[in-house]
Design a protein around this ligand. Structure first.
Ligand SMILES: NC(=O)c1ccc[n+]([C@@H]2O[C@H](COP(=O)([O-])OP(=O)(O)OC[C@H]3O[C@@H](n4cnc5c(N)ncnc54)[C@H](O)[C@@H]3O)[C@@H](O)[C@H]2O)c1
Length: 366
C-alpha cells in the first residue's frame, strides 16, 4: 500500500491507489462503456491492469468510451448482464470484479420500471451467480448509490452503512434491492466473504469530463454552450452531494485492494460521499460553472411543475471509509467543477482527450 501525508490541512494520512498492486491484475468491469466505467477502465489500463469490459453499447453519442478509444486498449465485450450464460463465459479467470452496469437514471426508471429492475436487480444476481464458479476470483465491488437508503427526508441525518435500505423511485429502489441481493449472496454462498471479498459501494452525484447523459447538469451545460443557448435550470434549489468522478473511483479501487488482501474484514457496504460543505444547490454549481467557463455560458431558470418525485438530498457519513480504507475526498466542489470545465474545453478544442484524462488522474494525487 502507498501512503502519503495529506497535502491539505486537516486531511491527515491518505492512502494512494497503488500502481504496483494493479499492474497485471485480471479485472472484469461491467458497464465499462458508460461514464464512470470508462474513467475506471482508463485508469486501470494506465496502471497496467489486464482489463475486460462487459456492457451494452455506450449509452450516449458522443461517449467517453469512444473518445478514449478504449476498444483498442482493453478487451471489450458487447454483452447484457441479463444474459447469465454469456456473463459466465466472459468472466472466466477474473481476479477482481467491478459491477457498474445499470440503468442509472431516476427519470428513465419512471418511464421504464420493468427494464430498470431487470437490469439493476437480475443483472446483479446474474453477476454474483457467474462469480460463484470462478476459482481465480478474490474481490467483487458492486457499485450502487447513496439513493439506496430509506430516505427519512431529514437533512440533519448523515446515513451510515448499517441504516435500512429503501428508495422511493424505481431506480433508487432497484439499487436497494441490489444491495440486499449482494448481502444474501455474501452470507448464503460466499461464507460471509471468507475467501472472496464482496462489498457494495455507495456514492453520490458525480461530475467530470466525458459525461454526455441526458438530464444531468454538466452535460446540459455543455450542450447549451455547444448550441449557443442558455443553460436551462429546472431544479435550482435541489441540494446534491457534488463529487468529481475520480473521488468514488479511488474509493472503489482502494476497497477492491483491501478486499483482495483481507476479504473477510472488508466484505460490507461502504459510503464514499463528499464533505458536508460540498452538498450545494444546483444553482450554486451552475453559477460556479458559468463563472469558470466565461462569457459564452449563461443560464435561465425554468421550473417544471410536473416533474416526478425526486428524493431530497441524502447525506452520507463516510467516516468508515476514511478510517479503515484511509480514503478521503480530495477535490472540493469548486475544484471538481474546474477540472470538469477544463476537460470539456480540451474536448471542444478537439485536443487529445487521452492526455487530459490522464493528466487529471495523475493530478488527483497531487
Ligand atoms: N453517475 C452518477 O452520478 C452515479 C451516482 C451514483 C451511482 N452511480 C452508479 O454508477 C454506475 C455507473 O453509472 P454511470 O453514470 O457511468 O452510467 P452510464 O449510463 O454512463 O453507464 C451505464 C453502463 O451500463 C451499461 N448497461 C446498461 N444496461 C446494461 C445491461 N442490461 N447489460 C450490460 N450493460 C448494461 C451501459 O452500456 C453502460 O456501460 C451505475 O451503477 C450507477 O447506478 C452513478
Amino acid at each position: 500500500m502507498e501512503y502519503r501525508q495529506g497535502a491539505l490541512e486537516g486531511m491527515g494520512i491518505m492512502r494512494n491507489v497503488s500502481h504496483r498492486f494493479w499492474r497485471g491484475k485480471k479485472v472484469f468491469i461491467t458497464g465499462h462503456t458508460g461514464f464512470k466505467g470508462s474513467w475506471l477502465s482508463f485508469w486501470l489500463y494506465e496502471m497496467g491492469a489486464n482489463v475486460t469490459g462487459y456492457a451494452l453499447n455506450p449509452p450516449t453519442n458522443p461517449s467517453l468510451f469512444e473518445l478514449l478509444k478504449l476498444k483498442s486498449k482493453i478487451k471489450s465485450v458487447h454483452g447484457d448482464v441479463r444474459d447469465l450464460n454469456f456473463l459466465k463465459e466472459n468472466i472466466r479467470n477474473a481476479e477482481i470484479v467491478f459491477h457498474l452496469a445499470a440503468q442509472p437514471l431516476v427519470l428513465e426508471s419512471y418511464k421504464n420500471p420493468v427494464d430498470t429492475y431487470a437490469t439493476n436487480v437480475m443483472g446483479t444476481i446474474n453477476l454474483l451467480e457467474a462469480c460463484r464458479e470462478q476459482k481465480t476470483l478474490r474481490a467483487v465491488v458492486n457499485v450502487t448509490t447513496d439513493k439506496c437508503y430509506e430516505n427519512r427526508e431529514k437533512p440533519e441525518i448523515a446515513y451510515r452503512e448499517n441504516e435500512p435500505m429503501g428508495g422511493f423511485d424505481p431506480y433508487s429502489n432497484s439499487k436497494a434491492c441490489s444491495e440486499l441481493v449482494t448481502d444474501s449472496y455474501r452470507k448464503a454462498f460466499y461464507n460471509s466473504g471468507a475467501k472472496v471479498g464482496i462489498a457494495t459501494a455507495r456514492a453520490g452525484n458525480v461530475i467530470g469530463g466525458g459525461d454526455f447523459a441526458l438530464d444531468r447538469l454538466i452535460p446540459d451545460c455543455i450542450r447549451g454552450i455547444m448550441n449557443g443557448e442558455k443553460i436551462t435550470v429546472r431544479n435550482p434549489d435541489s441540494i446534491r452531494p457534488w463529487q468529481h468522478v475520480l473521488e468514488p473511483l479511488a474509493g472503489y479501487l482502494l476497497l477492491a485492494e483491501s478486499l483482495y488482501k483481507s476479504p473477510k474484514e472488508f466484505s460490507a457496504g461502504w459510503n464514499f460521499g463528499p464533505k458536508e460543505k460540498d452538498a450545494k444547490s444546483v444553482l450554486n454549481i451552475i453559477e460556479t460553472f458559468c463563472k469558470i467557463w466565461g462569457d459564452d455560458a449563461s443560464y435561465e431558470i425554468k421550473k417544471d411543475p410536473n416533474a416526478p418525485h425526486e428524493a431530497s438530498y441524502l447525506k452520507l457519513d463516510s467516516s468508515k471509509a476514511k478510517k479503515k480504507l484511509l480514503w478521503k475526498p480530495r477535490w472540493n466542489s469548486e475544484v471538481a467543477v474546474k477540472k470538469t470545465a477544463e476537460w470539456y474545453r480540451a474536448y471542444l478544442k478537439k485536443e487529445n482527450v487521452d492526455k487530459i484524462t490522464s493528466a487529471q488522474t495523475e493530478s488527483y494525487y497531487g
